[in-house]
Unconditional design. Structure first.
Length: 165
């Protein structure tokens, strides 16, 4: 009936099966590669959008920070200029600042524990009360600038976190 013997038929069917599997494999690979490339492209677009939103958040926060620090500096400078009004020359003459106070203040400003008090600390330091008031006002001005910087940093972190959601 048939001209082709059975072993050759089986071999032909096996070759045809391998060819079909190979063809499917190659087509499947190109399909998966296309999906992979599309996913990579989508992630690149999402990353670019997130970076853009983060840059906008940074610009907004920095602008607000610069404005706030400018206001803090202006207020601090005004307060420092007003020291002679609030601490007149008569108050300077009436109040002596001893060396112990100066050492304690300087140690506190540096964030360290002062050395133990001594007899020499009771002597006048030659520092006027108005100078102390000016130094304290300047220290508070710096403190308020640091507080604004921290608030701006916290706002920036919140804004950046919101852009990635």
């Amino acid at each position: 009936m048939s001209v082709i013997p059975w072993p050759y038929r089986l071999l032909a069917l096996a070759v045809l099966g391998v060819a079909l599997v190979g063809f499917g494999w190659i087509k499947g690979e190109s399909h998966v590669q296309a999906r992979w490339d599309a996913a990579v492209q989508q992630q690149a677009l999402q990353t670019a959008a997130i970076r853009e939103r983060q840059a906008q958040a940074t610009v907004t926060v920095v602008t607000q920070y610069v404005d706030r620090v400018r206001v803090v500096r202006e207020k601090g400078d005004t307060i420092i200029k007003e020291v002679p009004v609030y601490v007149p020359v008569q108050a300077d003459a009436a109040c002596t600042i001893n060396r112990g106070f100066v050492r304690l203040h300087d140690a506190a400003a540096e964030g360290r524990v002062p050395e133990p008090a001594r007899d020499a600390d009771a002597a006048a330091a030659g520092v006027a009360l108005s100078a102390v008031a000016g130094t304290v006002a300047a220290n508070y001005q710096t403190c308020h600038e640091n507080a604004e910087q921290l608030r701006a940093l916290q706002a920036w972190v919140r804004d950046v976190q919101m852009t990635t959601k």
